[in-house]
Design a protein around this ligand. Structure first.
Ligand SMILES: C[S@@+](CC[C@H](N)C(=O)[O-])C[C@H]1O[C@@H](n2cnc3c(N)ncnc32)[C@H](O)[C@@H]1O
Length: 367
């Protein structure tokens, strides 16, 4: 019964908005407790993720026909209806009729009237931020840093991600798999993964036969590394003050905490959570982490810095910070994906080209 799928979706939207629940954690929990058929689970997922991503656009579609403040559940029912009509192109009799059924009783007349008008009216979007449903700061930021390609990137990050499973069954975006491979760890080498949780890349590194140590600052998340990569030496440690002997590693990976703007397809609510100051704030953290990481390298060792974001202050800004002087040779982009070279400033993946997360990568060899 798709009606139950819509009801589950409406409950999820309420909790995401009211309690700040994470869509990708809440939805599996709600689906786990439901008895929906597989087709309806798929539909509920599409409704929750899609309506969450397109919230700003849906509000625009609806607010043209609403003159008063709305209760949260009523607003979410209208968003859900507008999403089905405009983005899923569902026939109005299904999208409107069945959404009205799950709306709070006293508001059903209003929901019906507004959704019928949404179904009948055309739309003229006022700007890309509304049309593509992102906060203005993200649109402006990527426009500034990526130029006209930003629209393609923003459009692609409104689509559901491709799910890629590794040979060992672990689900990991290809961009992350390519970063782990690009560390190029060799059997017998000592490799440190300083920001390792939940351990996705550490598992790939360990499988090379290198001697890998994995660390993360968050104790809770260190447990995730232990369960994902049993047997790997793991510790809770701040990468700004690494607990390792200077000069003791052949390769060091800093898969840095970042603003995450490259991962918005996989995290439907993230665009509404990340604050505009995040790129600068996290770039400052990243500079500290890479500076500390360099000290751990043995002569000739390789530093690999990656960030799943697309801003210039992270990524290329960190390269600029590091690549002054002649301490390093910048390695070429790896051949394992459509990495776009940025000269001495590393390389990146753009989601609409690679069909992966947006990702930045820099590989430096200590001379
Ligand atoms: C992008 S995630 C790492 C993902 C991981 N490499 C993987 O592939 O599964 C960044 C990680 O950096 C950790 N982190 C943030 N600040 C840190 C610090 N100062 N030292 C060590 N880890 C830190 C976060 O807890 C988070 O787990």
């Amino acid at each position: 019964m798709t009606d139950s799928a819509r009801r589950l979706a409406l409950d999820a939207l309420d909790r995401i908005e009211r309690d700040g629940a994470y869509a990708n954690l809440l939805l599996p929990e709600l689906l786990g407790r439901s008895s929906l058929a597989p087709r309806d689970r798929h539909f509920a997922t599409e409704l929750v993720y899609g309506t969450t991503r397109m919230k700003r656009a849906c509000d625009f579609l609806v607010d043209r026909f609403v003159a008063r403040e709305l209760d949260l559940r009523v607003r979410n029912a209208l968003r859900l209806g507008a999403y089905q009509l405009h983005f899923l192109k569902m026939p109005p009799h299904a999208a409107v009729g069945e959404t009205v059924e799950i709306a709070p009783k006293p508001a059903r007349g209003l929901v019906n009237a507004v959704l019928r008008r949404v179904a009948d009216a055309g739309v003229e979007w006022p700007d890309d931020g509304t049309r593509l449903s992102y906060p203005d700061w993200i649109v402006d930021r990527l426009q500034r840093d990526l130029g006209e390609r930003s629209v393609d990137v923003l459009e692609r990050m409104n689509e559901a991600p491709r799910v890629t499973e590794r040979a060992d069954g672990y689900v990991q975006d290809l961009a992350s798999q390519w970063v782990a491979e690009a560390v190029d760890a060799q059997p017998g080498e000592r490799v440190a993964d300083l920001c390792a949780a939940p351990g996705g890349k550490a598992m790939v590194l360990a499988a090379t036969g290198a001697t890998v140590v994995a660390a993360d600052i968050r104790k809770g998340r260190v447990g995730l590394i232990r369960s994902n990569a049993p047997g790997l030496p793991v510790l809770a440690a701040d990468a700004a003050r690494p607990a390792f002997r200077p000069g003791s590693f052949h390769r060091v990976l800093v898969d840095a905490p970042c603003s995450g703007l490259g991962t918005l397809r996989r995290r439907p609510d993230a665009r509404w959570r990340i604050d505009a100051a995040a790129p600068e704030r996290l770039a400052a953290v990243q500079r500290t982490l890479v500076d500390a990481a360099v000290k751990l390298l043995a002569p000739g060792g390789t530093l690999v810095y990656s960030a799943c974001t697309l801003t210039d202050v992270e990524g290329p800004g960190i390269a600029e910070h590091l690549v002054s002087g002649d301490r390093f040779t910048v390695l070429d982009p790896p051949g394992n994906g459509p990495w776009e070279a940025m000269g001495t400033h590393g390389c990146r993946l753009l989601p609409h080209v690679s069909d992966t997360d947006g990702m930045y990568l820099l590989r430096l060899r200590l001379t």
